[in-house]
Design a protein around this ligand. Sequence first.
Ligand SMILES: Cc1ncc(COP(=O)(O)O)c(C=O)c1O
Length: 420
Amino acid sequence: MVRLSSLVRNLKAETAFTVLALARTLKAQGKDVVELEIGDSPFPSPPHAKAAGIQAIEENRTGYGPSLGLAEFRASAANFVNVEFGHNVTAENIVVASGAKPFEQYFAEAFLEPGDGVLLFSPHFPTYIPNLERRGARAVLVPLRVEDDFRPRPADVARFLESDAKPRAIFLNSPHNPTGGIATRDDLEAIASLVRGTDVMVFSDEPYCHMVWRGRHESIGALPGMLDHTVAAYTFSKSYSMSGWRIGFAVAPPEVVQAIGNLINTTASCSPPFVQWAARAALEQDAASRDETMQLFRHKVERLAAGLAKIDGMRVVPPAGTFYVFPDVRPLCNRLGISSHGLALYLLEDADDKFGVACLGGESFGAAGRGFLRFSCAETDERIDQAVAFLPEALSRTDRIAQFLKRRPEFVLETPFELR
Ligand SMILES: Cc1ncc(COP(=O)(O)O)c(C=O)c1O
């Protein structure tokens, strides 16, 4: 009998990929599914990136490279964050990895000891907690509130720093997945003023840095004195529609960059050089194409938010950033006696034999997300419209909902949500 570690046995994986697998299975069986579960782009990778990637392969840039990343890529990335987000860094501050996600693990391994307290605003990106658990650190959850437009409250940070036995790190994610909230400069200034002068480190997860629809993107690491407290993670997955290339980078103090380089040395060894050449071309030459795509996303997310807001029982805070809409469906859940993730799976599996919509229950992002659904904009406008048009009909099929709950009783809503 194989004996797995307690880490693996307790590992909670990202639900988006689980629902994606289910959606793909249903599609393979002939069902027409609109896939709004995964935070991916329906657009192609930008032209210069593609050409540079192909050229790099033709030129046989296909061997190992330095664990920290190619010098040329690191220089371009430093220049990019300086120009775009007001950082003041050099290539020494940049380390490359396969997307933003691996930096959650590297951050945890670089800073955390067992028992350390880590503040997470919740709902939260689901892989944060497994990465803290790798180091035996403690997640301290505080809610993001719909009435605050899902902005982090500096007072929650102050309370954590004052009252936790071993406060060591704070995870920030702005623009925020799944809520679409953004932290303002004032929010970040207030948090920074609490962190400066302590040994607390901030993991600033910024995959949606170009998807800000109100205000502008602010990076806490760019505030005076904050680089020494920050690992800021960036990715090509969202801004450049390059999720499958698996490429991202972090901005951090040089000694942290070296430490993460050693962690990469002992795991992935390095990021593929030809992918770094493609990504460098994206940074240097694809800004115009990126900005056009961001406008398309903006229209998409506005269209989706407007469509969902018309559905009886759904309350939508128009997202200030990201390509997600996170409607409050507590009235609907109460009316139908179903949990929000149950509702999501019902829309995919049981609402209709031939057609389904894949989305996620807010509880995929922690208990604070219960009673919400997350829809992404990962399909064409026409498909999004089709999905929105399907929902009222699907929600009226109470016989099918009852059947679903009989089949999957774990999704019965035991206690109705309190509504204000
Ligand atoms: C908040 C957040 N962090 C990290 C990631 C991972 O992105 P990447 O593809 O760069 O690993 C995502 C992707 O959805 C995300 O939403």
